[in-house]
Design a protein around this ligand. Sequence first.
Ligand code: G2I
Length: 452
Amino acid sequence: MKLTSKSVALVPIIVTVATAAIGATLIAPPAANAASTLGAAAAQSGRYYGTAVAASKLGDSTYSNILRTEFNMVTAENEMKWDATEPNRGQFNYSNGDRILNTAVGNGSRVRGHALLWYQQEPGWAQRMEGSDLRQAMMNHVTQVATHYKGKIYAWDVVNEAFADGNSGGRRDSNLQRTGNDWIEAAFRAARAADPAAKLCYNDYNTDGINAKSTGVYNMVRDFKSRGVPIDCVGFQAHLTNNAPSDMRQNLQRFADLGVDVQITELDIAGSNQANAYADVTRACLAVTRCTGITVWGIRDNDSWRTGENPLLFTNSGAKKAAYNSVLAALNSADPGTTTTTTTTTTTTTTSNDPGTGGCTATVSLNQWNEGFVATIKVTAGSSALSGWTVTTTLSSATVTGSWSANRSGNSGTVNWTNVDYNASVPAGGSTEFGFQGSGSGSGLNPTCAAR
Ligand code: G2I
């Protein structure tokens, strides 16, 4: 139904639902000496510095010496994945995963487990499965592998890369996803039951800055936290070229503000600005109290999956690159034990016009930090389904710098947001979300919704 002049005239109702302010500055004396390895430098602020390890390279002395001296966290690059650990249904093989784990422990390192469920590197037998049979096999896999490594894993990537690229903010299609949207939370619950001591992470790529994909993950984590689904951390892979996203710190911070740890899990950076970009990523993590560590995805350039791009910290012969020096300097320049969090305020405000028949309401959840914000707006249909909607917001002292899942009329002042094709239809009583990022203050957005 179209909006009538009568419904436009209805008085907006404004309800502030929740306001929480988080801010802390803890000062400790600086360390007397700079550390000389990545692991020791990260440890000064209670963080780790890790690398992906391939079992086939452990016999290479250049490789294993750098591994032992520089790193204090290890991820198996492939050896703990589904195809490696359960090559036939119900038959488990932990030999290479165990080699990596034992080497790490022998070096005094901890281990990140990677990855219990991922749509890639499924064993052939699982690739051919669907539905409830597959769901059963997935949960058994999570339980068996997490039980085998019980008590030995710092954090598990329970689910890897489940969100779609592009602007949908939704899940990626896969046979795992087709077993039902609840597969991710089911996997987290199974992992918690099997190994209560491991931190449980969701891990993905192209989620390093604020964008539609990272916002989709953010909304899932927020939902999990609100419903008590056991999630402890989010991994940001950070496979980058030339630059770190300019809003990487803000992105890490908004996840941390949900009450999870954040980690950089597969860092590699190609391109001529490599050394600067590595320093930027390091500083983004150091600026977020709950960013607990950084892992690079391999040791030497020729250990990288990005053949020919030389995206790592050591040359093929094992020499330290400029990027290594810039990471070490950045880690050493963090005041040890000093953590400064940006003051961040999360406010949920409901501004609604009375939906009446065929109308809609809009709710904003605002994540504001010192110089910018992310607004997530929920559009809820009234007693009739919507076939399109318009939300009007007021940005009196803010400028929109990016948005997702809606078209917009401008970037400041009165901004109208209309549905895109895939979220035009909203069933009666149902809802959909869109969002935007802005500089300045996002307070007073006062969204109103109208059917179109
Ligand atoms: O694709 C880069 C990474 C993206 N995030 C998840 C990570 O798990 C993923 O790692 C890469 C490994 O670095 C590669 O080494 O995952 C690839 C698989 O998608 C790994 O490549 C595979 C090759 O495709 C196989 O042919 C090979 O048998 O490595 C296998 C073991 O060497």
